[in-house]
Write a protein that binds this ligand. Structure first.
Ligand SMILES: Nc1ncnc2c1ncn2[C@@H]1O[C@H](COP(=O)(O)OP(=O)(O)OP(=O)(O)O)[C@@H](O)[C@H]1O
Ligand SMILES: Cc1cn([C@H]2C[C@H](O)[C@@H](COP(=O)(O)O)O2)c(=O)[nH]c1=O
Length: 898
């Protein structure tokens, strides 16, 4: 994509670089996502069918030969007759699953550090190669081809996760789709021609999934994913559970969570041999996979609120016991629906137990260990016959022995965990069980049962309404925290630099300080949170030490630091007309404490709004970085603290919330692609700063950078979205692509901002909104938080954006110019900005910079500008003359256009 294209005026979040808009462009629906969804579902279908095919092939024809439909059709009969050779089938199965695992670890390190586009290319190439392998495997079915296909499939799964981790937080979504497809293939075949009939359909399923994988791989590169809009994981947040006051006590050691995943790994592995041992037919495979995935999903989603009266360690321990027992029972039952149901219940227990913890460990390790133990026991093919009576025996198959062994380990582990990790050991277990399904009152006392809590249960303290995009006034909560309206600085300029850990904030703040000095701004305070003040340093130490700091106490510490920071440093600097640049501010709390730690966002916002009297930045620079790069940089830096070592999921949530905050607050956010080299990041920041400071009339551009150069002009234009109603205040009136150079010069001259950049102020347009407008926004967002969905809140501005972007830009310019006329006519004595030099009268052929248009709101806007020094009458006269000439030129241009 060429730069020019990227910088078109219609980027809703036009930042100084293309990737910025790529990251957050609001484009729905996204074809890119469809390609990924199809690829994921086809991959799972291929995994299921090729693992089954390899297992059956080995059992029917051994390792050396290939099999046609006829031989495969005999599988079920042979199993029933007992001449299905498990001595071949089990090792082949073990090999294939191990190769799947090896494949998934192959590409990890190098690919992770690559650019997004390179990763996309690799994903497509791997999809095509995997697809070809599957096609060959479908046509020429041998155990060896199965092994090769497994290797490719493992790599493909892993690449999909590395490529876009955000899309793969819920593997059961695509997995369930493929299980249902598999179930239908089996059902149709088996209903038509008996239990063995499904088997010949399996090579065709492998073949078809190969074709779909190739097509999806091509679709992904032809119609790439807009990384901009990271789809919500849709995960049920822990928030509600925390509100219900389940004690936030971690389990204390990761092994119970590993063990829980181990049970799932074991169940997945025994599904194929169980179908074979019990002669259920391939339909049962789809059924069992589907049941397990749905059970897992239900447990995972229900986890945060399930048994709200039980402490987390106990819930995890009980889940482990439950999962173990249910897995044993599932293995022992000889009836397909019973097995499916029991496996689903075990998976539900796993989901609940895992979600009761703030777990930060890899699922793969637990799954892998459980799978390998199961495979090894499976290879022993240990089977028993228990004589129940003279007339009946109970056959315990090899797969039942394998899954039951893991189930038994889990049960024992759960009992140990019950003793080890509950704060009171085994004491009080009866009370915990009795009160497990009761919610707690706000004071932590057990209350009504969960079922009745909605209607009659204890009333939660009413949290202040979440302000949409925190542009609004938070509700005065009944008896709760009295949160003030948001406000922007009455004087000075407040810049927040936000972003995930390691995004380069500290590095860039040095640059920002220099850049501000180059603009002649010297009353600049660079600071950070937590720890911008002496008291703040103590708070920072308490947070970073991490000992016994719970998420809620951590949130309070950040809010305390911020409150003191604003009162003792930020507000006084702004009041003196200075510029404050802070490394992190309120939005960090929303991203880390609310999105990351899943505390209620309205509470987190209310704390900080209360503590800071609602002070919000004029400009927020978001250094956006991929979670992988962020992890890499923080680990490379060498002084990692416990906060730097967050899970990929946590980092993903933090990043996604930062980006959605940018989307909700286009008037103050600029998103910078921080994956770029530091120098390029600095350039983008410079462009963003220049545009915002020009618009606010603060400082001047250094001579070398005097606007007028293409680069400078583009960058400024891109900073604020031309189609954003707020941004139109600070946007250039005309876009280069749409306006002939001469009229462009004229219009810009008319708006007067060029003079602002070059010398004495003409425009007095700050980035911050006038107080009345803020109030309106506040009221609007309050309404929104009370009834509307966030999407509704956004819809009006979005429409307005559309309208302001769609009509020819000249019209926009004309409107702006008219406003400029009004403003200048009525107030030609607008005082100049501080630290500005006299402006030369623009030459007719001078290319003028991007300039914010002056709107009718100027009056209000000027009220919140820094105090201005007195101007000489001569300067003011010259200024008025510049404006008069500029207006005249613009009128001529408009007449010419008509
Ligand atoms: N654009 C960049 N490309 C590569 N490395 C970078 C870039 N910017 C900064 N770094 C390096 O990444 C590491 C983290 O940078 P820095 O400390 O500036 O980030 P930060 O956002 O302040 O991190 P934190 O939030 O954890 O304090 C440092 O080692 C720094 O040298
Ligand atoms: C202000 C603030 C910070 N954090 C977190 C984010 C980081 O992991 C650490 C320290 O920040 P630094 O940039 O490395 O100095 O604190 C947070 O969770 N919530 C906040 O409000």
């Amino acid at each position: 994509m060429s730069n020019d294209k990227r910088l078109s005026a219609k980027q809703p979040f036009g930042g100084p670089n293309a990737d910025t808009s790529d990251r957050i462009a609001a484009i729905t629906p996204q074809r890119g996502v469809i390609g990924h969804a199809v690829l994921e579902a086809a991959t799972w279908l291929a995994v299921m069918s090729s693992v089954l095919l390899t297992y059956s092939l080995a059992g029917v024809v051994g390792f050396a030969s290939s099999a046609r439909g006829g031989a495969l059709a005999a599988v079920v009969q042979r199993e029933a007759d007992g001449d299905f050779n498990r001595n071949f089938a089990n090792p082949a199965y073990l090999a294939v699953i191990v190769l799947l695992g090896i494949g998934s670890f192959l590409p990890l390190k190098r690919v992770r550090s690559m650019e997004f586009s390179q990763r996309t290319l690799i994903l497509t190439i791997t999809s095509v190669l995997t697809g070809i392998t599957l096609i060959v495997f479908g046509v020429y079915s041998t155990v060896w081809m199965g092994a090769i296909a497994a290797l490719f499939l493992g790599a493909l799964i892993s690449l999909q996760v590395i490529h876009t981790p955000e899309l793969h937080t819920k593997p059961w979504r695509a997995g369930t789709v493929s299980a249902v497809i598999f179930f239908f293939i089996g059902a149709v075949a088996q209903i038509r021609a008996g239990i063995g009939a499904g088997m010949p359909a399996v090579p065709w399923t492998v073949f078809a999934s190969g074709i779909v994988i190739i097509l999806a791989g091509v679709l992904i590169i032809v119609s790439p994913l807009q990384r901009s809009r990271i789809p919500s994981t849709g995960a049920f947040p822990l928030t509600r559970a925390l509100q219900q006051a389940r004690a936030h006590v971690d389990v204390g050691a990761p092994w119970p969570v590993y063990a829980l995943f181990g049970v799932i790994g074991s169940i997945f592995v025994v599904i194929v041999p169980t179908a074979s041992d019990e002669s259920f037919g391939i339909m049962s495979l789809g059924l069992m996979v589907c049941a397990v995935l749905v059970g897992w999903a239900a447990g995972y989603e229900a986890g945060p609120t399930f048994a709200p009266g039980m402490t987390r360690p106990r819930l995890t321990a009980f889940s482990l016991i439950g999962a173990g027992v249910l897995a044993i029972l599932g293995g022992m039952v000889h009836e397909v629906s019973g097995t499916a149901l029991l496996f689903a219940a075990a998976a539900f227990a796993v989901g609940v137990g895992v979600r009761a913890q703030d777990y930060q460990i890899s699922r793969r390790i637990g799954l892998g260990i459980g799978a390998i133990i199961t495979l090894l026991i499976l290879s022993l093919d240990a089977r028993f016959t228990v004589v129940l009576s003279e007339a009946s025996t109970w056959n315990i198959t090899g797969s039942a022995v394998a899954v039951s062994s893991v189930g038994l380990l889990a049960t024992v582990g759960g009992i140990i965990a019950l003793f080890l990790f509950s704060p009171t050991g085994i004491h009080g277990i009866g009370v915990d069980i009795v009160h497990a399904f009761r919610t707690r009152t706000a004071d932590g006392q057990p209350g009504q049962s969960a079922g009745s809590a909605g209607a009659h249960g204890p009333k939660q303290p009413h949290a202040p309404a979440a302000p949409a995009g925190h542009g609004g006034q938070a509700a005065q909560s009944g008896g709760g925290l009295q949160t003030p309206s948001v406000r922007t600085a009455q004087s000075g300029f407040f810049i927040a630099v936000e972003g995930p850990d390691g995004s380069g904030k500290t590095t860039q703040i040095d640059f920002i300080r220099k850049h501000l000095a180059d603009r002649g701004l010297h009353n600049v305070e660079t600071t950070r949170e937590p720890g911008g003040t002496d008291k703040g340093k103590q708070i920072r130490a308490a947070i970073l030490d991490g000992q016994g700091v719970t998420p809620k106490s951590e949130a309070l510490l950040y809010a305390a630091d911020r409150s003191h920071h604003v009162a003792s440093l930020i507000d006084p600097t702004l009041r003196s007309g200075g510029v404050v640049v802070t490394d992190r501010y309120i939005d960090s709390s929303l991203a880390y404490q609310a999105a990351g730690r899943e505390l209620a966002e309205e509470d987190i916002f209310a704390l900080s709004a209360w503590g800071t009297d609602g002070l919000m930045p004029n400009l927020t620079l978001l250094l956006d970085i991929s979670p992988e790069a962020s992890a890499q940089r923080t680990s490379q830096r060498g002084n990692e603290n416990h906060l730097d070592k967050q899970s990929a999921e946590f980092r993903g949530r933090v990043r996604a919330r930062f980006l959605s905050l940018a989307e909700e607050n286009p008037h103050r956010y600029v998103v910078i692609n921080a994956d770029q080299p530091a120098q390029k990041v600095s350039e983008d920041i410079a462009a963003a700063l220049d545009a915002a400071l020009d618009a606010a009339g603060l400082g001047r551009r250094p001579q070398a950078q005097q606007p007028g150069s293409q680069t400078q002009r583009r960058s400024s234009a891109d900073l604020l979205t031309s189609d954003d109603p707020d941004a139109t205040q600070a946007m250039p009136s005309l876009e280069a692509e749409n306006v002939p150079a001469e009229s462009e010069q004229r219009s810009q001259g008319a708006s007067g901002q060029s003079a602002a950049a070059q010398g004495p102020a003409v425009s007095q347009m700050p980035v911050v909104k006038p107080a009345e407008e803020q109030q309106k926004a506040a009221d609007g967002s309050q309404e929104a938080s009370e009834g509307q969905k966030p999407a509704d809140v956004q819809s009006k501005p979005a429409k307005e954006q559309q309208e302001s972007a769609e009509p020819e830009h000249v019209e926009t310019a004309a409107g702006s110019a008219e406003s400029a006329d009004t403003a200048a006519d009525s107030d030609s004595s607008v005082p100049p900005k501080p630290e500005a030099k006299p402006a030369p009268v623009p030459e007719a052929d001078t290319i003028l910079p991007d300039t914010p248009s002056v709107s009718a709101d100027d009056d209000a806007a000027t009220r919140i500008l820094p105090s201005q020094p007195e101007q000489s009458a001569e300067k003011l006269r010259k200024q008025a003359e510049i404006e008069r000439q500029a207006r005249e030129r613009l009128r001529q241009a408009r007449r010419g256009k008509r």
